[in-house]
Design a protein around this ligand. Structure first.
Ligand SMILES: Cc1cc2nc3c(=O)[nH]c(=O)nc-3n(C[C@H](O)[C@H](O)[C@H](O)COP(=O)(O)OP(=O)(O)OC[C@H]3O[C@@H](n4cnc5c(N)ncnc54)[C@H](O)[C@@H]3O)c2cc1C
Length: 367
């Protein structure tokens, strides 16, 4: 029997990936150890369920034999450069291909997760017991002052393309890592603007494999979030409304922003940008209380855990200082969270998405 129990604490391990929560829902129960279990209970319950997942994974792999890779390493596919392997991995290049895979995985109850540029995720060292779908849907099309763009395109490539066309409006996002789809999912933003201000509509694939177009309002964009976090639909392409501008001026703005980012960000160290969200607060400038400022006041910049550390110029950026593990990064983040809670009574929320299984908090005093 496959037990997912943390041997040190005898506590159930948290299952944090959305695939499992999405696919399985059930009442809270008690297992043979007398531990309370939630939806993850269905995987802990015993051999029967585990075998079902194994069987489902095998079936999915056989159905898409040419597409699926097994035990695929994920450390090269995220900007922390950490994490284990995906049980199954598929790169999709078309909306129809994505729809077919998603529909089948959902009906077989195989957990799945879409990866864009991997610049806003922390992947467990244990990897992911399901299917990782890498979005490789590409392509640009100019339609007057609009650009239609494949969601698997790098955001920076979209900005460069718009610059070449003499179309202005996307400069604010210069230097933000990741894909267009990832930027829509998290309403990426910087320098006073966000994706919601330029995206007009996007095509989505839902869990039943349906493809449809939705307008901006559907996405309920907010600070670093969109409705996609609840619906778990995937973006395949999006349309952006831009304006005609001076090519030279656009280019120089893009370069200016990239130069500023190079100064401020640890571009030579693997990271995922800001680890925690700023806290909404109307009394503060831009309506947000900076998580970085709070972290600075709890000595974050001097904190480290193994090879995971905090960037010395920005207390909200955790870096992989060599060969850090995801577990070290996670433990460091939990310690910082704890310190902010103790000093300010504020619960920081992760901006970075945790994928896979992480142990319950186990903070050592060396941090
Ligand atoms: C050095 C550095 C600086 C950064 N600075 C900023 C910044 O200034 N502003 C900012 O907003 N962010 C910043 N980030 C964070 C990150 O770049 C953004 O959040 C980015 O938009 C994530 O895109 P991604 O493709 O890498 O998404 P991933 O990390 O691959 O995935 C993130 C989430 O998006 C979902 N997703 C990905 N593609 C799709 C899709 N097609 N459809 C639906 N869901 C999808 C994934 O399932 C996942 O839940 C920074 C990161 C780094 C490393």
């Amino acid at each position: 029997m496959r037990k997912k129990i943390n041997p040190r604490k005898n506590k159930p391990i948290k299952l944090t990936d959305r695939g499992i929560y999405e696919n399985l829902t059930g009442p809270v129960e008690t297992n043979q150890f007398g531990l309370q279990m939630g939806v993850e209970a269905l995987y802990l319950k015993g051999c029967g369920v585990y075998m079902d997942l194994e069987r489902a994974i095998t079936e999915l792999q056989m159905k898409f034999d040419n597409l699926m890779k097994q035990n695929f390493p994920l450390s090269g596919l995220n900007t922390f450069g950490t994490g284990g392997s995906a049980r199954l991995y598929a790169e999709v290049k078309t909306a129809e291909g994505l729809a077919a895979v998603v529909k089948e995985a959902a009906s077989l109850k195989v957990p799945f997760f879409m990866l864009g540029g991997g610049s806003n995720v922390l992947i467990s060292d244990r990897g992911y017991e399901g299917l990782i779908i890498k979005n490789a849907i590409k392509g640009f099309e100019v339609q007057g002052d609009y650009i239609m763009c494949g969601a698997g395109e790098d955001l920076q490539d979209l900005i460069d393309f718009a610059t070449e066309q003499g179309l202005t409006g996307l400069e604010f996002a210069s230097g933000i890592y990741g894909t267009v789809g990832g930027a829509i999912y998290g309403n990426a933003g910087a320098y006073g603007s966000e994706i919601r201000n330029v995206m007009v509509s996007a095509d989505l694939v839902d869990r039943e494999g349906n493809i449809r177009t939705e307008e901006n309002g559907y996405f309920e964009f907010n600070y670093r979030t969109s409705k996609l976090k609840q619906t778990h639909e995937f973006v395949t392409r999006a349309r952006f409304a831009l304006k005609k501008g001076d090519k030279k001026a656009i280019k120089s703005k893009v370069e200016e922003i990239i130069a500023i980012r190079k100064e401020k960000l640890p571009l030579d160290k693997p990271s995922a940008g800001c680890f925690f969200k700023n806290i909404p607060d109307k009394t503060q400038e831009f309506g947000k209380l900076s998580a970085g400022k709070l972290l600075e006041q709890v000595g974050a910049k001097e904190a480290s855990c193994g090879r995971a550390a905090v960037f010395n110029r920005h207390a909200n950026i955790l870096i992989n200082n060599g060969s850090a593990t995801s577990s070290e990064i996670r433990r460091l983040s939990q310690e910082l969270k704890k310190r902010v809670k103790v000093k300010f009574g504020i619960d920081l929320q992760e901006e970075v998405i945790l994928l896979g299984e992480f142990e319950e908090d186990n903070i050592s005093s060396d941090i």
